[in-house]
Every structure is written in structure tokens, then in C-alpha cells.
Design a protein around this ligand. Structure first.
Ligand code: NAD
Length: 358
């Protein structure tokens, strides 16, 4: 049934997709009129960044290999200073959400255009969302100038992403899709993309776990990640993302693993209020219910399934539930302290989600 009222404002951007498409990167930089690209990467991905620099030839002004998780302000300042001193007129971010996040931190100040070459399934390349960490606090915001102008998706670059990281990164992307489908500002196009994203990621991730070197499974994941990033960029997030942010911030938990654990329970919390969305997700996952399908997918992928496995102590749960109630936001099922605590209890145990939590 068609949603009766909605807004739709697509974001600009360009995508080059396919195995071997890294070869098109120089053309993408040239399309922007750029002649002095600064290549960004993590220390671990330096060899790939050097290869990219070679590919860009004279259009490359330098490589900054200092990207780290959560974009510390000091690293952003260092990269901004290097970009300025080299006279860079474009940033080429080669890597996952951390590297693309660094590109965004540069663009936030300088409006330098970004070409992104994603190598994980985080989806940051499709969003105008940036994050910067200063004095232990992560500040996020939205600005169109940080949205990459062009994205080169080359599935061959994700073959090296270990199966376990692929699974958690991909489940994080599925979480973007699930929340977009019941977002307060969702629309029929976002819902279509999100549903297709879940399908592509669920099939692709299953393939990656069974055959990590298979290009077609990697391509399915990257396609799903693109869709997931797109809907994250255009719809508000709700309980799942907010709770993962609270958990991560308070207990210093790993980002993607926390998403993997919480998703089935956040879906269960919102299930009664969103029956049509849940029916669509359940159908895509070939499962009786959406929360059950999400839980079984995570189990099949072999990722952590409980907060206990992530090292959370039971006595921390009430504190997290209290904190989660502090800043209200729209969510299909109204937020209550008791409901969130019940969700956390179930996620702590890690059993298949059951019953209403609100
Ligand atoms: P990441 O970018 O932190 O990378 C994790 C590690 O994987 C790094 O050591 C990196 O070098 C390595 N790596 C990346 N690709 C690889 C590959 N193909 N082969 C081998 N190793 C590889 O991880 P991530 O999950 O992509 O990003 C997480 C960050 O992105 C978080 O800080 C999250 O908040 C942010 N994020 C932002 C948005 C947004 O819209 N702004 C969206 C999603 C995630």
C-alpha cells in the first residue's frame, strides 16, 4: 500500500560500479577539473593508496596515511594542513568509513570535492553526515559539501576485507536499511532501496562467508552498501542507531559489532508498530518474522550475538537505559525506560528475540 504523504529530495552524486572500475579513477578526478588530488587512507591501507597515487600520476599531489576510527580532531587538522600546504584541489578517500570520514572533515572546512573509493560496506560515501571526535566527544552533523561528488565502487578492492569484518560491516549496512523503512521521514523510494539493500546484503554476505574470494558475492555486498548508505543519507535514524551510539559512547564498544548485536532486538521493539515494514523484511529474509530473520542471519554469519560477548557487564544495562531516555527522538514505538531495559536484557543474553518490549 502506498504511503499517503511523503517528501522526497534525492541527493546529488555519481557512481562508477564494477570489478576493475578503480581504473576509471583518474577520469573521475579529471571530471572535477582537479589536478592536485590528496589521497587519504589508513596506515594499513598505505600500499593500496600508493597504487592509487601511481594510477593518478601527475594528478596526485600526495598521500596522507593517517586516517583512524572516529576522526579525531587532531588528525583532521593535520590532514587539512597538508591539503592546504600541497594546494590540493580534491581529496581521494580510499578505504572504509574512517577514511571517508577524514575526507569529510577536510571538506567541511574547505569544501574540497571528494572522490570516494570505498573498501568496506559502511556506506559513508553516500551520506552528507560527518563526525569529528574532540576531547572524547563525537560530534556529528550534516552538510552537503561533505557528500562525495563521485564514488568508485570496485568489488575487487573488498576481497581483502576479512569475512568476519565483512559480516559486521554488512550487518551495520542492513541496520541502515531497516531503520530507513520505518523512519519518521521515510518515503516509497527509500523503502524500495532499503528493501533491495537488505536483499543484496543478506545474499552477498552469505556468499562472502562461504566463498570469501568470490567477486559476485562481494559485488552484491557493495551494491547493498551503496543502497544502505543512500537511505542513511536521506532518512532519519531511530532507536537502533541511537542506542548503539549510547552503548558505544558509554562502554567503548566496537562500532560494527554493537550494531550486529542490537539490530534484531531494535527491530523487535518496533515490530508491533510497523507490521507492514516487518512483513517486507521477513519476506526478503525468508523468515517467519523480521527480528527472527535478522537474528538467524547474524548467527549464520558467525558474528557476536550478545552484549555479554562484547564484554558488557550486566550491571551496566540500567545505566545505559537511563542514558538512552535522556534525549528523546521519533521512534515508531514510544520509548520507555522499562522497554529499553528489556531490549538490553534480551540483547545481553543474545537469544532469539521474543515478545513485546515496550
Ligand atoms: P574503518 O574505515 O574504520 O576500517 C576498519 C579497518 O579495516 C581499518 O584498519 C582499515 O584499514 C581496514 N580496511 C578497510 N577496508 C579494508 C579492506 N578492503 N581490506 C582489508 N582491510 C580493510 O571501518 P568502517 O566500518 O568502514 O567504518 C567505520 C566508521 O565509519 C565509524 O567511525 C562509523 O561511525 C563511520 N560511519 C560513518 C557513516 C557516515 O555516514 N558518516 C556511515 C557509516 C559509518
Amino acid at each position: 500500500m502506498l504511503q499517503d504523504r511523503f517528501h522526497y529530495s534525492p541527493l546529488p552524486g555519481r557512481v562508477v560500479f564494477g570489478a576493475g572500475s578503480l581504473a576509471a579513477l583518474p577520469d573521475e578526478v579529471a571530471r572535477l577539473g582537479a589536478t592536485r588530488a590528496l589521497v587519504l587512507c589508513t596506515p594499513e591501507q598505505r600500499p593500496l593508496a600508493d597504487h592509487v597515487a601511481q594510477l593518478l600520476g601527475e594528478r596526485c599531489a600526495g598521500v596522507f596515511a593517517g586516517a583512524v576510527m572516529h576522526v579525531p580532531i587532531e588528525v583532521a587538522r593535520e590532514a587539512r594542513a597538508l591539503a592546504a600546504s600541497l594546494g590540493a584541489d580534491c581529496a581521494v578517500a580510499v578505504g572504509g568509513g574512517s577514511t571517508i570520514g577524514l575526507g569529510k572533515a577536510i571538506a567541511l572546512e574547505s569544501s574540497l570535492p571528494i572522490v570516494a573509493v570505498p573498501t568496506t560496506y559502511a556506506g559513508s560515501e553516500m551520506t552528507p553526515i560527518y563526525g569529528l571526535t574532540e576531547a572524547g566527544e563525537k560530534r556529528t552533523g550534516r552538510a552537503l559539501r561533505v557528500l562525495p561528488r563521485s564514488v568508485v565502487y570496485d568489488p575487487a578492492l573488498t576481497i581483502s576485507l576479512p569475512a568476519r569484518m565483512s559480516a559486521t560491516s554488512g550487518l551495520n549496512a542492513i541496520a541502515h536499511c531497516v531503520e530507513a523503512m520505518y523512519a519518521a521521514d521515510t518515503n516509497p523510494i527509500a523503502t524500495l532501496m532499503a528493501e533491495e539493500g537488505i536483499r543484496a546484503l543478506a545474499n552477498g554476505l552469505t556468499g562472502v562467508i562461504e566463498r570469501p574470494d568470490e567477486l559476485s558475492a562481494r559485488a552484491a555486498c557493495l551494491y547493498g552498501a551503496w543502497l544502505a548508505g543512500s537511505v542513511l543519507g536521506s532518512c532519519e535514524v531511530a532507536l537502533h542507531h541511537k542506542l548503539c551510539h549510547t552503548l558505544g559512547g558509554m562502554l567503548n564498544l566496537p562500532h560494527a559489532e554493537t550494531h550486529a548485536v542490537i539490530l534484531p532486538y531494535a527491530a523487535q521493539y518496533n515490530a508491533a508498530a510497523t507490521p507492514r515494514v516487518m512483513a517486507r523484511i521477513a519476506a526478503v529474509l525468508d523468515s517467519r518474522t523480521a527480528p527472527q530473520g535478522l537474528h538467524r542471519l547474524a548467527r549464520h554469519l558467525g558474528v557476536p550475538q550478545s552484549l555479554a560477548q562484547l564484554g558488557v557487564r550486566h550491571e551496566d544495562l540500567a545505566r545505559v537505559a537511563d542514558q538512552a531516555m535522556r534525549a528523546p527522538y521519533p521512534n515508531p514505538t514510544p520509548l520507555t525506560q522499562a522497554g529499553i531495559l528489556d531490549l538490553l536484557e534480551q540483547a545481553y543474553a543474545g537469544d532469539e528475540p521474543h515478545g513485546a518490549m515496550q
